[in-house]
Design a protein around this ligand. Structure first.
Ligand SMILES: [Zn+2]
Ligand SMILES: [Zn+2]
Length: 275
């Protein structure tokens, strides 16, 4: 059995449709797949239908952004009831936070001489949640930047007019929403925050205090020493362990579906919490 418990479709910032993602996962030997799009459950319905066709188990999930010690931290919710009212409220709050940030970015860009940035970025975003990449593509479209990278360098990156910080909710409120939806809160890719060991332990302590139940011990292809550290921390804090690719696109082999080392045997697998 291969569990991949962290993946993205084009319902958030992934490339494949939820159905295509499920098919690819089955082709790559995944038997249990969680779709965990950023701040949305919109992809789950069609993923569920495709999972029935392909004969693989779909675990309903989401990935929330939250703020801890002025950093963006990601918390995955696994085995959630996607129709739960507290979860839906949390999703709306996230969307409002993103929207108000987008409005502020647009105001700053307008001051910097960009014509109609909000309208332009919204048109490019379509149904997707509006973010800086859409502003970047608009800047390229109207000839204010030569590429998306250049748009970030000139207008959207650190210290530039469009550099507005996120205003995510804190870990406690996001974990509470996942728990209220019957789900398991998992601290996503702990090694990616580039924290010292001491800081990482502080983060895990806060997460555990918020009701967090598991740590993503394996995230895509990672260095063995990272895995060792995370195994130690799950033991210290008596947490379960999760594993996932964090798949976004087929051309990123280091985050391929089902393609990572299995959970070390010293760990308690997170799926024990719902089986
Ligand atoms: Zn993440
Ligand atoms: Zn992710």
């Amino acid at each position: 059995m291969i569990y991949d418990l962290h993946t993205h479709s084009n319902a958030s910032d992934g490339v494949l449709s939820p159905a295509a993602l499920v098919t690819r996962a089955r082709q790559r030997g995944v038997t249990h797949l969680a779709l965990t799009d950023h701040d949305t459950v919109n992809g789950l319905h069609s993923a569920r239908q495709q999972a029935e066709i392909e004969g693989i188990a779909l675990i309903e999930g989401i990935e929330f952004s939250c703020l801890w010690s002025s950093r963006s931290i990601h918390v995955v919710g696994l085995n959630i009831d996607s129709a739960s009212a507290p979860l839906q409220e949390a999703i709306s709050a996230q969307q409002e936070a993103r929207d108000s940030r987008a409005v502020e970015i647009a105001k700053r860009l307008e001051k910097a001489g960009i014509p109609e940035p909000l309208e332009g970025a919204r048109r490019i975003a379509g149904d997707a949640v509006l973010g800086r990449p859409h502003f970047a593509r608009y800047l390229v479209e109207i000839g204010f930047a030569s590429s998306v990278n250049a748009a970030f360098k000139q207008y959207l990156g650190a210290g530039k007019p469009g550099d507005i910080k996120h205003r995510w909710p804190d870990i406690h409120s996001m974990a509470a929403a996942i728990l209220a939806a019957g789900g398991v809160p998992v601290l996503a890719h702990p090694a990616k925050y580039e924290l010292t060991r001491t800081k990482l332990r502080e983060l895990v302590a806060t997460f555990k205090d918020a009701g967090g139940l598991a740590l993503e011990v394996i995230s895509g292809q990672q260095a063995p020493n990272e895995t060792d550290t995370l195994v130690q921390i799950t033991k210290q804090f008596e947490l379960h362990a999760s594993c996932g690719s964090d798949f976004h696109a087929p051309d990123q082999p280091w985050q391929e579906l089902g393609s990572f080392t299995p959970l070390p045997s010293a760990c308690k697998p997170v799926w024990q919490l719902w089986h």
